[in-house]
Every structure is written in structure tokens, then in C-alpha cells.
Design a protein around this ligand. Structure first.
Ligand code: SF4
Length: 331
């Protein structure tokens, strides 16, 4: 039997399993295209558990694209606080403005053109929200499929992604959204990434090649990860009376967000006067690690900063979690 035929046979048991066993998640209720967009952007690079409550809160605050589009950027950033990867919030905000004006796009191409939506997210949104037969292939789906076919393609290669996308596209059933979600769910709770997959609970156990050969854990095959670049930074928490200096970050990591002033390790920083405390901290981004030496210091000059009290910072500014270690100084 060829791959396509085998995968076709795997569709009904997967859908049947999903209907019985799917988790009760907030974004699976009251579906609208806008809600699907919010959940998919929130779930990019963030665990389901971390998103659950935030999704509900976010929608309480911004129940429609129109409501989100009419909020201020600061309000949106604040509502996103703690979820990290703030560019997603900015993209969602921009997408809401487009949707509020033009309506929700009705095709994969239209969805893909929204800010922050790549191939995977476009597939997820257009299959779940619009019922289009569009595969959403990420690491989870690649893991399941390489196990299912005992396929040792390197899942780090674009060619592998393309291959499995085409294979899936050829077997998409009319229940497109359910199928996309069923694949995601299988990867999340049965054919799991860390530790052995739970083949005993898997709707594909009778068809899966890796399971038949007992080689489940040899898949997926992936190339070595690129090492993260380390940036050594001096972070200044400048104090003037009961106010602290914030600066809007320029291009690069955390662009557009307010944070504490930073310089490369060892560069002079004339705005700092007497140093009151020092502390080291590390923050890991996807491709970069910040190794920070934080200094609480008296301000020697006003500088071109925004000055705010601890209460104002807590209330109005989404201080990125990269600076979390230095928040205790804000008092
Ligand atoms: S049988 Fe096991 S390895 Fe195969 S898809 Fe199911 S959980 Fe994954």
C-alpha cells in the first residue's frame, strides 16, 4: 500500500478518536474566525496550559476584531503581558485592524497575508475557521507522521515539510477543521514529544509502521539545532526619587516594548550615578541568550527616558519577562 492510501485509511479512526477523547479547551467553544486567529497566535511557541486563562481574559477584554482594533497598542501589550514573543501581539493588533476594515479573509491566501500568519498558522486557521482543506504542518505533525510511516527524512528540512504537507492535502476529509485539530491533539496527548509515545491509547496503533517495528522513539530524525548566540548586556534600573527610567526599545529583540536601558557589557553609561545594587540574570530567547548584569543605580542625568513610578509601570507597561529578575528593585 502506498503512503497516500495508508494515510487515507488512518483518517476515520483519528476523527473517531478525536471526537471521543479531545480535551475541553476554551478555544474549542464559541468558534468564530477571529477567536481562532487569537488562539492560534497565542499558541505559537507557547504551551496550552499557559494560554488557557490568558485566552479567556483576552477575549473578555477584546471580544471582537473591531474592539481589538480600537484599543491602544499599550492596552494590547498589557493584555499580552507574560505570554512573551510580543511581536505576536503586535501582529494580532495589526490583523484586527485589517479585519475590522475588510472583514475576515475567506481563503488560505487571504489568511496567509495577515500579519504574523505563516504557512502553519494559515493552514490551522483556514481549516478550522473556514473549513478549507489546508494542512497545518509543524513539529508535532512531522513527529506523528514520521513515526506513522517510519520515515527517516530530516524534519529540519523544508523538503520534508513540503512532502508531508502534500501527502496530507491529498487525504483531507470534508471535516477539515476537525482533522487539523485531531492531528494536533494526537501530537499533544498521545504521540508525545518527550518520552515514549502512548501507543496503547493511539487510534493508529494498528497502522503505524514505527509501532509495528518497535522503533517509535527513533523518530523523528532531526538535524542538530543551531547554537544560540550569547549577548552580554549591562541593564540599568535608574532611580530618580520614586521614579524609574524606561526606554522604548528600537529594532531587534523586544522591539517597540518599554524596558530598562541596556548597553553591551563594559560600554560606559553616563546616565548612571551611584550603583546601589547588582544582580546577574539570564534570559533565553529562541535564537539568543541574554546574559545580563543588572545594576540599580541613582540617575546621574535625566536622559531621554520615560520616568514612571513602580505602580505606573505595573499598571501601564508590559515589561518584558526578560527583565523580570530586576523588577524587585522597583519600590
Ligand atoms: S502508534 Fe505510537 S508511534 Fe505510532 S502514531 Fe500512534 S502513538 Fe505515535
Amino acid at each position: 500500500m502506498d503512503e497516500k492510501e495508508l494515510l487515507k485509511q488512518a483518517v476515520p479512526p483519528l476523527l473517531g478518536w478525536y471526537r471521543l477523547c479531545k480535551r475541553d479547551l476554551p478555544w474549542r467553544k464559541e468558534r468564530t474566525p477571529y477567536r481562532v486567529l487569537v488562539s492560534e497566535l497565542m499558541l505559537q511557541q507557547t504551551r496550552v496550559e499557559a494560554v488557557k486563562e490568558r485566552y479567556v481574559e483576552f477575549l473578555r477584554r477584546f471580544p471582537t476584531a473591531e474592539r481589538l482594533a480600537s484599543a491602544s497598542e499599550e492596552e494590547v501589550m498589557k493584555a499580552w503581558e507574560g505570554l512573551g514573543y510580543y511581536s505576536r501581539a503586535r501582529n494580532l493588533y495589526r490583523a484586527a485592524k485589517i479585519i475590522a476594515e475588510e472583514g475576515f479573509p475567506q481563503t488560505w491566501v487571504g489568511v496567509r497575508a495577515l500579519p504574523g500568519v505563516g504557512d502553519y498558522t494559515a493552514g490551522a486557521i483556514s481549516s478550522i475557521a473556514l473549513g478549507v482543506a489546508a494542512p497545518a504542518v509543524d513539529g508535532n505533525v512531522l513527529r506523528i507522521l514520521t513515526r506513522f510511516f517510519a520515515d527517516s527524512r530530516n524534519i529540519g528540512d523544508q523538503a520534508a515539510k513540503k512532502y508531508f504537507s502534500e501527502l496530507l492535502r491529498a487525504v483531507y476529509p470534508p471535516e477539515a477543521g476537525e482533522f487539523t485539530e485531531a492531528l494536533m491533539e494526537l501530537g499533544a496527548i498521545v504521540c508525545v514529544p518527550n518520552g515514549p509515545p502512548m501507543c496503547g491509547a493511539c487510534p493508529w496503533s494498528a497502522l503505524c509502521k514505527a509501532h509495528a517495528a518497535g522503533t517509535e522513539e527513533q523518530f523523528p530524525v532531526r538535524s542538530e539545532k543551531r547554537a544560540r548566540r550569547v549577548e552580554e548586556l549591562d541593564v540599568y534600573v535608574l532611580k530618580h526619587g520614586n521614579e524609574f527610567a524606561l526606554e522604548k526599545r528600537g529594532a531587534g529583540l523586544l522591539a517597540g516594548l518599554y524596558g530598562f536601558p541596556c548597553v553591551r557589557r563594559g560600554e560606559t553609561f553616563p546616565a548612571a550615578g551611584k550603583v546601589l545594587a547588582e544582580k546577574r540574570a539570564k534570559h533565553v530567547f529562541t535564537h539568543v541568550e541574554w546574559h545580563m548584569l543588572g545594576r540599580l543605580a541613582e540617575a546621574a542625568a535625566d536622559g531621554d527616558y520615560l520616568w514612571a513610578t513602580a505602580a505606573e509601570i505595573a499598571e501601564k507597561f508590559a515589561l518584558p519577562s526578560a527583565f523580570k529578575a530586576f523588577r524587585a528593585w522597583l519600590k
